[in-house]
Write a protein that binds this ligand. Structure first.
Ligand SMILES: Cc1cc2nc3c(=O)[nH]c(=O)nc-3n(C[C@H](O)[C@H](O)[C@H](O)COP(=O)(O)OP(=O)(O)OC[C@H]3O[C@@H](n4cnc5c(N)ncnc54)[C@H](O)[C@@H]3O)c2cc1C
Length: 491
């Protein structure tokens, strides 16, 4: 046992991880005068919502835009408001927001959903009425009836209830790629939430890069009196008689607290940090994890505004089989890259162009492109130098959007599942925590409250009943947990 060094005070709450969920939870707690310490593995706050710099380019590591920032309605908007941060962040928007390029057509998702609707109606005139019914349903104020209709079915099934045209259904399935799972498995409820809070509302981009958002939360947290310890790992959660007593840091220090909130990966929380044989460790292994990602970050010495319209992302597909593209178990399982290491041709990539919305992210007359695809299970692939092979396939695809792209590349970085794991400690670099499948988006399926007294979870490994991944949902989870804990601490 490490000796207790009294270097740290006793806290009311210790939070493991300064992902967005941990930060939001910490902000509400600290604002209510709860003594909180957040311990973070990385040297910056934000988890997947961080940025990094190379040669004057600011790249967003994973999250590329925020959803749910609608004035007076969005979850992120209300969190910013609660902490008086609205005037400290400049949320930029693009119109169009997203561009979907299919083999035979291109569709834009606009900032204003009326325009997206009109565009779809022009392309699919025989589905006009159904498009209206679908959009009205998604945007309906009667949330209880939306939940009742979507809770136990897949997004594919929901689309079948509204539409006849197979191509329209495929196109509407493309943005479900944000959940990293195939439309036949994706929860209709999580998908409707995604449509409502991101897709049909367009995205919001914090000026200066995605890091500005967690930096703001971290700054406010400290102003409230919270303590944030960066570049430190929690190696164990101390449990005695099924009660939390505090945490151990990798460096040996022990920090006392009767409440510990884990914003960390749930497998690590139960198998490595607590290891007390609780029911969750068995359960978590049986649940489906979201895939990881293969991401290419490029700094280009050309101004992309001369080549394309301003928008956040392009979904580039060379097939209509979106189901197969997002079925990571089969197609993009890196462990199955051909027995001899031959890399498959890519059927899709998702591209982001942050410098088209915030020019200051790149040096003058230069631009940033990020391209990614969901992948799973790197084991077995690493020996084939697969990174370079997939990189080349991605460049070939990018050529379709940016001709001669290779000659503009000034900076190149690649992130693979190991990289995502290294920075966030999510198992296998899982991008979105528990997959938002029909079965796993059920209320209290894997709740914040654990079977160990005083141990709580927050983030994309917790089920909220409406889907678990993405910044708005993890923020919502952190805020709800804080409200519960404030009541507990003050009783
Ligand atoms: C490529 C990619 C693109 C995405 N794009 C978007 C997007 O555009 N918009 C969107 O809303 N969502 C997006 N997501 C999803 C989103 O990033 C996540 O769902 C969300 O950020 C998860 O937040 P979190 O707080 O639950 O956890 P995380 O972001 O995983 O944070 C957990 C934190 O805990 C720390 N930690 C873990 N273990 C320990 C330990 N033992 N000791 C100390 N610290 C520890 C980690 O270092 C990390 O900082 C994307 C994800 C990926 C991977």
């Amino acid at each position: 046992m490490p000796t207790e060094k009294n270097k740290y005070d006793k806290y009311d709450v210790v939070i493991v991880g300064a992902g967005i969920s941990g930060l939001v939870c910490g902000c509400y707690l600290a604002k209510a005068n709860v003594r909180v310490l957040i311990v973070e593995h990385h040297d910056k706050p934000g988890g997947y919502c961080t940025s990094f710099s190379r040669k004057g380019y600011t790249f967003d590591a994973a999250v590329h835009y925020l959803g749910s920032c609608r004035e007076n309605e969005g979850i992120i908007y209300s969190i910013l408001k609660d902490h008086s941060l609205l005037d400290k962040i400049n949320l930029l928007r693009n119109d169009p927001c997203e561009k979907i390029i299919m083999p035979n057509e291109t569709i834009y998702i606009r900032k204003d959903n009326e325009n997206t609707r009109e565009e779809l109606k022009q392309k699919f005139p025989e589905e006009k009425g159904n498009i209206d019914r679908f959009f009205n349903f998604i945007l309906s104020g009667e949330l209880l009836s939306v939940i009742a209709k979507t809770r136990y079915i897949s997004f594919e099934k929901l689309l079948n209830e509204f539409f006849i045209d197979p191509k329209l259904k495929i196109i509407l399935s493309v943005p479900i790629g944000n959940l990293g799972i195939a439309p036949s498995k994706a929860s209709a409820l999580a998908s409707v939430f995604l449509y409502r809070e991101y897709i049909l509302d367009g995205g919001y981009y914090p000026e200066g890069g995605i890091q500005s958002f967690p930096d703001l939360l971290a700054c406010r947290f400290r102003e409230y009196g919270g303590e944030l310890l960066l570049s430190h790992d929690v190696s164990g959660i101390i449990v005695e008689n099924r009660k939390v007593m505090g945490v151990k840091l990798r460096e040996g220090d022990v920090i006392r607290s009767n409440i510990v909130v884990s914003n960390a990966d749930a497998v690590n929380t139960f198998e490595k940090m607590t290891s007390c044989g609780c029911e969750e460790s068995e359960k978590i292994r049986k649940l489906e994890m979201s895939p990881s990602a293969f991401i290419v970050y490029l700094g280009l010495n050309t101004d992309l505004e001369k080549v394309m319209e301003r928008h956040f992302s392009t979904w580039l597909f060379s097939t209509y089989d979106v189901e197969r593209c997002y079925d990571t178990e089969n197609n993009y399982n890196l462990g199955k890259i051909d027995g001899r290491g031959k890399v498959f041709d890519l059927d899709y990539i998702i591209c982001h162009f942050p410098s088209l919305i915030d020019k200051k992210l790149a040096p003058e007359n230069r631009s940033i492109v990020r391209a990614m695809l969901w992948v799973k299970d790197e084991n077995g692939a690493t020996k084939y130098n697969y990174e370079e092979k997939i990189y080349k396939k991605i460049i070939t695809k990018l050529e379709k959007i940016i001709p001669d792209i290779e000659k503009f590349i000034e900076v190149k970085e690649i992130a693979v599942p190991r990289t995502l794991n290294r920075y966030t400690l999510n198992s296998n670099g899982s991008a979105l925590g528990l997959a938002s499948t029909v079965a796993q988006v059920d209320k209290n399926y894997f709740p914040s409250q654990t079977s160990i007294s005083g141990l709580y979870l927050t983030g994309h490994w917790v089920t909220n009943g409406i889907g678990q991944s993405g910044i708005p949902l993890v923020a919502y989870c952190g805020r709800n947990l804080a409200a519960t804990l404030i009541r507990n601490v003050s009783n």
